[in-house]
Design a protein around this ligand. Structure first.
Ligand SMILES: Cc1cc2nc3c(=O)[nH]c(=O)nc-3n(C[C@H](O)[C@H](O)[C@H](O)COP(=O)(O)OP(=O)(O)OC[C@H]3O[C@@H](n4cnc5c(N)ncnc54)[C@H](O)[C@@H]3O)c2cc1C
Length: 306
């Protein structure tokens, strides 16, 4: 068999991509997983909430998952970046950054998201440790401690109302507009302290966070700051293929149906790029669905591309 031709190419070998690969491997289909090794949660020391693996290091979880997938004979891993994908007569051709070209009948996009954080000194070097996107992932670790929410978008008010579940909360408006009276009443009911002043820096010996420094010189003590990042696709392959893409609350979302088909026949997608709620378990579940769907589309080709 031509090693550069397979049933499915999966772009991205993390929670979503490896879960898709596993389903196809177990159906003994030839799968190629292309991966650059930059999963979104690589900044966190531990991943929380994943079934049976709560608290494990992300790299360890992914290495274990990759080894399990690699144990199947029909799977091939290619370390490198996929840069283009184009439809061809029998499926798709994917070109890597180093010029290698691979061909497949189906394509699964699972290349994940990149995060853009507010440009405030001390935010970037605490990302995933004491500057956090999600309390379900990293909230219990700060239970009962003073917490902050940085206002970066309208949805930040929702986060500010949620975070008091874990600890007394200050909502940093960072010089932005005061919420409307209804929202202020809800925040007051949740005992959230509003801090209108601009934020100048985060302080403490990173990744530890001692507090948020304000433009008027005050330091407000917090142990963790919740920030919703703006997200973007790690690859522009979906755009190049012409897949339908929607605007989500944090950034673009690749449109998929319940079986993880995109708008382009033969192209499937899974994980954070296909959803507004970003979570490793959900990404993995998407991958399972995408892998099974790809397989069924190969068995019953009339339902999709040839
Ligand atoms: C700081 C932080 C901490 C988090 N903590 C948790 C947690 O505790 N629990 C939890 O459930 N969720 C957590 N999450 C969310 C979780 O990381 C994501 O939901 C999950 O990683 C999404 O999986 P994915 O497979 O869709 O994408 P990713 O994990 O981002 O993987 C995408 C993969 O595609 C590869 N790739 C990208 N572009 C290309 C290309 N062109 N060619 C080849 N490969 C490519 C990347 O190298 C990467 O391996 C956290 C997120 C962040 C930002």
């Amino acid at each position: 068999m031509d090693k550069n031709r397979c049933d499915a190419i999966i772009v991205g070998g993390s929670f979503a991509g490896l879960s898709a690969a596993m389903q196809l491997a177990r159906a003994n289909r030839a799968v190629c997983v292309i991966d650059t090794g930059t999963p979104r949660n690589r900044f966190a020391a531990a991943s929380h909430g994943f079934f049976g693996q709560d608290g494990m290091a992300p790299a360890e979880m992914l290495a274990t998952a990759r080894a399990k997938v690699a144990a199947y004979p029909s799977v091939r891993f290619v370390d490198g970046a996929a840069v283009t994908a184009a439809a061809e007569e029998t499926g798709f051709a994917v070109t890597l950054a180093d010029g290698r070209r691979l061909h497949s009948r189906r394509l699964v996009l699972a290349f994940g998201l990149a995060d853009t954080l507010p440009d405030i000194p001390g935010v970037q070097d605490r990302w995933g440790k004491t500057v956090i996107h999600c309390p379900y992932c990293h909230g219990f670790e700060f239970l009962g401690q003073p917490l902050g929410v940085l206002s970066v978008m309208p949805l930040s008010t929702h986060q500010a109302q949620l975070i008091p579940e874990w600890g007394p909360t200050t909502f940093f408006l960072n010089g932005g507009a005061m919420p409307d009276s209804e929202t202020l009443a809800s925040l007051a009911q949740r005992r959230v302290t509003i801090e209108p002043a601009p934020v100048t820096a985060l302080e403490g010996e990173a990744p530890r966070l001692d507090g948020v420094r304000l433009a008027d010189g005050r330091l407000v003590p917090v142990s963790a700051l919740y920030v919703a990042p703006r997200t973007s696709f790690q690859s522009d392959i979906a755009h190049r293929l012409g897949c339908a893409i929607e605007d989500g609350p944090f950034g673009p979302i690749l449109t998929t149906d319940a079986t993880k088909r995109t708008s382009v026949p033969g192209v499937f997608a899974a994980g954070d790029i296909t959803r507004a709620m970003h979570n490793a378990t959900l990404a993995s579940a998407d991958g399972v669905m995408a892998g099974a769907s790809v397989h069924q589309s190969l068995v019953f080709p009339t339902a999709t591309a040839a």
